[in-house]
Design a protein around this ligand. Sequence first.
Ligand code: FE2
Length: 262
Amino acid sequence: MESQAHPSDRAGLEYASWRTASADALDRRVAWLEEHGHGGTWVPQDLGGGREYEFTDPDGHVFRLYFDTEAYVAPEGKRPVIPVNFQAYAGRGANVRHVDHLNLLARDVRANRRFWEEGFGLRTYEIIELPDGAEAGAWMSATIQGHELIYTQERTSGSARLHHFAYLVDTREEVLRAAEIFADARIHIEAGPSRHTAIQGFYLYTREPGGNRIEVANGGYLVFAPDREPYVWTAEEWATKPGWGAPIPPEFHIYGTPDVAE
Ligand SMILES: [Fe+2]
């Protein structure tokens, strides 16, 4: 995964792209989208000069699918000593390794979860179910990594909003190191460092200058069993907050980008 920043007059997620396993897989997913009323359009690809298909999830977030790509070649001075690595170890700032997961807000978490399960084969590892049957959160993945795509409940009048995206560091200690760096740089720490209950990743949250919430993350469990069913938390069980972890500030569950006046 990678991220790109584009100038804009408001914060938020412009789009998220998935790379398909093959060109044929791309055509199959586009066929599924069009057969199920989620058809979008082919757009010029940002990188690679190939074709890319743009569509929206049920909440209105923009996604793209592509297969063609252009492999990154590290420039002189950043070449790694071990050729399989993408570039030399940077060792600066929070020293994040790659984008780890994306958390979106949705008015109907279940509808979005089903969209990705049925159309793309994503697996759901944890769900929070409310007393009225609605879902407050769903943690999904295309791999054994516990969370690649997360939907949590939209609690404002907004739609198609970003909650946060997370960058991975290799160890919990490096999350603490990032906190030291943020603090001395007077960068606001919204939550953490602590550990989440769902998927159990170690976290630190801030916001980049444009307003998007960013997480520096480590860990979270892996799921090797091919037939593991999602764990469904009841609201009561979730409220007991089993295990350990600091309380999350209330605004964490409200704020997203674009920011909306309530
Ligand atoms: Fe996260």
